[in-house]
Design a protein around this ligand. Structure first.
Ligand SMILES: *Cc1c(COP(=O)(O)O)cnc(C)c1O
Length: 358
């Protein structure tokens, strides 16, 4: 028997979304599966994509898990190595590493690595998080080229605001890249940039795109929904009603008595809470799909439960299935009610929620 609260993961939809990303790519496309594949399961998602040109993770340990799980495609590590041990581990497991700071390069130069390593040089084009400034890049590239054990695979950048779909946000970054010639292909496209196509002019058929969130069926664009973009939801978060009762007008529900019934109401208690990763900041009125009918969240989210007003749904009772987001309730809508983004909702899901793959 499945537990009442579980996340159903559609690997078919993951493949559908990857194909769309690949279709939109100028060159090849590496699926971003960092942070446990945005909460969807690292190895399960990687194994479901034998057609993927490669994979992208954030940390060396995530790359090692992929290798130990038998994944043989290219694996790129976005944060690169944090220590000499990580350089050696990357060489041993044939992981490609991003160099985003001169010190990482200096560390590699001081080591005798057991094997060649393909590296990506990250250029800071305005995000001002990781990366070297464009004017420093050529000097570092010369050092990479002079190294016995390093080989430059791609030159990459990551945009701060590709999600607006506004070219004015991206143009200065593109201009910074275009003002130099590079000895390797440029990799610039995350999901948002890929779907707008605004940055394609700097890529070639040797470039690698790095789609993440779109693979999981959430829209990275502010102006367009996942459905409009032909993305299919991968995760459907399910639970069920474990209790129902009537409250009278003026009575309150939940901690802090935050919600008071404006009229006599029927309340359902659902077996999911912030202990499962359902966000505590979900506002009153956040949509919850009770047996296909949208009902508003009321009262505070607790650790193991939420409460919903099911007055409009007389058929709802103990055992009635509930969808928190997914197939029929867009995760981006729920995220909006929680003042966050789907990325966080996915990543926050705790291990208590069993992932069921289909
Ligand atoms: C996470 C990440 C991506 C994927 O971004 P999405 O918005 O999820 O498509 C691509 N590139 C870098 C450098 C990242 O950190």
């Amino acid at each position: 028997m499945t537990r009442p609260t579980y996340a159903l993961i559609s690997l078919d939809h993951l493949r559908h979304n990857y194909r769309l990303a690949k279709q939109k790519s100028v060159g090849s496309s590496y699926a971003v599966i960092k942070a446990n594949a945005y909460g969807h399961g690292l190895l399960e998602c990687a194994r479901a994509l034998p057609e993927a040109d490669g994979f992208v993770v954030a940390r060396v340990d995530e790359g090692v898990l992929l290798r130990q799980g038998g994944i043989s495609q290219v694996v790129v590590v976005l944060q690169g190595a944090c220590s000499a041990e990580e350089w050696q581990e990357a060489a041993r497991h044939q992981l490609q590493l991003v160099i985003h700071h001169e010190q990482q390069l200096a560390q590699a130069e001081s080591l005798t690595l057991s094997d060649h390593i393909q590296v990506w040089l990250k250029i800071n084009t305005g995000m001002n998080r990781l990366g070297v400034r464009p004017e420093e890049a050529q000097r570092l590239i010369m050092r990479i080229q002079a190294s016995q054990s390093l080989h430059l695979a791609q030159v990459m950048t990551h945009f701060a605001s590709a999600d607006t779909g506004n070219s004015r946000e991206i143009d200065p970054a593109l201009a910074a890249l275009d003002s130099q010639s590079w000895p390797a292909a440029l990799s610039v496209n995350n999901s948002a940039a890929l779907l707008t196509g605004l940055a394609n002019i700097v890529e070639s058929n040797e470039s690698v795109s790095r789609p993440g969130i779109m693979l999981y069926g959430s829209s990275p664009l502010l102006q367009q929904s996942a459905d409009e973009l032909n993305l299919k939801p991968v995760m459907t978060l399910n639970s069920q009603i474990i209790h129902t009762h009537q409250v009278k007008a003026g009575e309150s529900v939940g901690y802090g008595a935050d919600w008071q019934a404006p009229k006599d109401s029927r309340i359902a208690v659902i077996a999911i809470g912030y202990g499962d990763g359902y966000p505590r900041q979900a506002r009153q009125g956040t949509p919850v799909l009770v047996d296909g009918i949208e009902c508003p969240l009321i009262g505070r989210v607790s650790m193991d439960m939420i409460t919903v007003d099911v007055s409009a749904h007389p058929g709802a009772g103990i055992g009635t299935p509930v969808e928190l987001w997914g197939e029929r309730l867009e995760v981006d809508r729920v995220a909006h009610y929680c003042d966050t983004i789907a990325y966080e909702l996915f990543c926050q899901l705790t291990p208590r929620v069993k992932r069921v793959y289909q």
